[in-house]
Design a protein around this ligand. Sequence first.
Ligand code: HAM
Length: 423
Amino acid sequence: MAEQIIKPRGTQDIFGDNKKIYDYITSVLDRYFKNYGVNKIDIPTFEETKLFIRSVGESTDIVNKEIYNLESKGEHQTSLRPEFTAGIMRALIENKLYATPDLPLKLGYYGSVYRYERPQKGRYRELHQGGVEFVDNNLDIITKIDCLNLFYSAAKELLGDNIYLVINYLGAEDARKKWREALREFFKSHLDTMCEDCKRRFEVNPLRILDCKVEHDHELGLNAPNITDFLSEEDKKYYDDICTELDNLGIKYKRDPHLVRGLDYYTGIVFELYLEQGDLPLALGAGGQYANLTAELNGPKMEGIGFSFGLDRLLMCFNESLKSDVLNKYALDFFVYSFNKNPEGVKEINDILKTIRNSNYSAIAAPMTKAFGGSLKQAARMNTKYLLLINEDLSLEIKDFSKREQQKISKEEFTKMLSERKF
Ligand code: HAM
């Protein structure tokens, strides 16, 4: 017998209740996008590899180890996107989206991204992100706070109060340059004890060492110099101003001077979102500011700030109680069962289904061949709100599952209640 084909490691089929929750997450994000004046954009799933090398950075694990390169079919080497920000900036430049008097541009997106990581809980090779990028000639503090507020508020609506941000401020180029030198100086004497990756990171970008997952190197990094020591007075004040606004908005955060993020393009504020309690110690989403990305991609010099949620990780945070709240929203309104199996019963079912659906309620009918007992159980399994029975004489009875009561109802009354949205 032929071998059964299964999905590749690190990918998932999302269906059933999980798909309902996944759709709920994107519907909530969509509402936030609309409320914050964000316009959505779709970009290709694969791009020229050099786009990611020039933006995400050659020294990052994402480009170095995790990128999926496609077999070249033409003159250009292409790769599956490992994130969105680079592609969005490419699209912004290529389509001259910046040529508008109505800056900042606020772009929102969803989709799958690909990283060749070791699959484990919360770590996929095909993952799903949803996020935004806000771009302007000079980003003002309102736009930055708007981005952070959108990120935090949407997560809070989805998951409740059990969340907090970790933030850091990477400062201007000058501060980062001094910091990089200080890090090189610090790690120089430890080099022979460090992993091979960190030896390479030491040469290319010592900031990346702070992101190392190897325990020895990670612990070493905890005593390394902080960016805070190199920030100018102006930068420190700006960072404090941002924190004051976060306080004013009731956003929970912790400052972490070691947060560097796994992508090279960040300047200024960077942030990650975590659960306060729970067994998922991974970031649920993350983002930050970038001042040089558009210029590095040969576009006009503009500043951006954005974030991406890991939709798969948000999904994992839905415990039983959060799940049942959402599934109730998606519950079936009417399950219709007819005791009259004759052609007039069939006509009545179709008629009633049409009336219900035209009133924007959901409804399904039990197959004619299905016994009443089995249909009742199916309706309960489907979390149905109302059972509608068509009797032999075509009269109607309705049962409210939440109240367990059953009563006769005329077709006229039923139609009237539908139109008045009484269900
Ligand atoms: P990132 O931190 O690489 O940032 O990814 C954002 C989020 O994607 C993470 O916080 C996490 O929730 C999710 N994620 C990343 N890798 C995996 C994985 N292997 N499996 C499951 N989920 C994962 C970025 O991608 C930046 N482009 C964010 C950004 C937007 N910065 C500015 N604008």
